[in-house]
Write a protein that binds this ligand. Structure first.
Ligand code: SAM
Length: 218
């Protein structure tokens, strides 16, 4: 169970999964490669055990940093990929940088942040640390329409006041999104492409997801 009072920073939940979790949202480097040169500075926010940084490393990207709230995810990443820079999130250091990253990756991370104010704050901070004309690549899970998901959205609506937020029996609290929620959160970015994709949840349920690639404009 989560013991941390802040539902937007569920590091105990992720620490408990750090040993065996396999993350699977597809990272389509071929779709974004033309926007990102190999010397681009790249931040993978909520990097888990670093699988996406490793995909980029294999293609010659070297200016990479992964940060994650879970120390145990970072420990696993450092042992799997010792050549990568994967570090536990230090908000004081990370957010003090400005105009820095040419690409920020947010893969299946917004889903871990149930509250709108926390999501807005994160996107604001990310915008600040991005280079002018930098890109943001988001992948996440949509609000589903199947009975299992609808039931839990309805069950937890009274508690969290947001349709799409639910709590798992073991304690993790998640949020599923409408694409319009993401467009609103990224209003300071210009769209490049949106794709609807099939994803697998942590518990191996097939689900509908989306990817949004956008550019900082102001
Ligand atoms: C579903 S995993 C995805 C990991 C990685 N992005 C990938 O696709 O392989 C979500 C990750 O986000 C991290 N996380 C959750 N909430 C976070 C927050 N508020 N700030 C930073 N990282 C967070 C978790 O520790 C976990 O490693």
């Amino acid at each position: 169970m989560i013991r941390d009072g802040n539902i937007n920073r569920q590091h105990h939940y992720w620490d408990n999964l750090a040993r065996e979790a396999i993350f699977t949202h597809p990272f389509y480097l071929n779709k974004i490669q033309k926007f990102i040169s190999t010397d681009s500075k790249i931040l993978d926010y909520g990097c888990g055990y670093g699988r996406i940084c490793q995909i980029l490393w294999d293609k010659g990207y070297r200016n990479l940093m992964g940060v994650d709230i879970s120390p145990k995810m970072i420990r696993r990443g450092n042992s799997l990929y010792p050549h990568l820079m994967l570090v536990q999130l230090d908000p004081d250091t990370l957010w003090s940088e400005s105009d820095r990253f040419n690409l920020v990756i947010l893969f299946s991370v917004l889903t871990c942040i149930p509250e709108l104010a926390a999501l807005q704050e994160l996107l604001k901070r990310i915008h600040q640390v991005m280079a002018p004309q930098g890109y943001l690549y988001i992948s996440d899970t949509l609000v589903q329409t199947d009975p299992r998901n609808v039931k839990r959205y309805e069950q937890f609506f009274g508690e969290y006041r947001t349709y799409g937020v639910f709590r798992l029996p073991e304690g993790g609290i998640f949020r599923h999104f409408l694409v319009d929620d993401i467009y609103r959160l990224t209003a300071h970015f210009e769209p490049v492409f949106t794709d609807l994709i099939d994803v697998m949840t942590l518990h191996h349920h097939p689900a509908k997801g989306f990817q949004y690639f956008c550019k900082k404009v102001s």
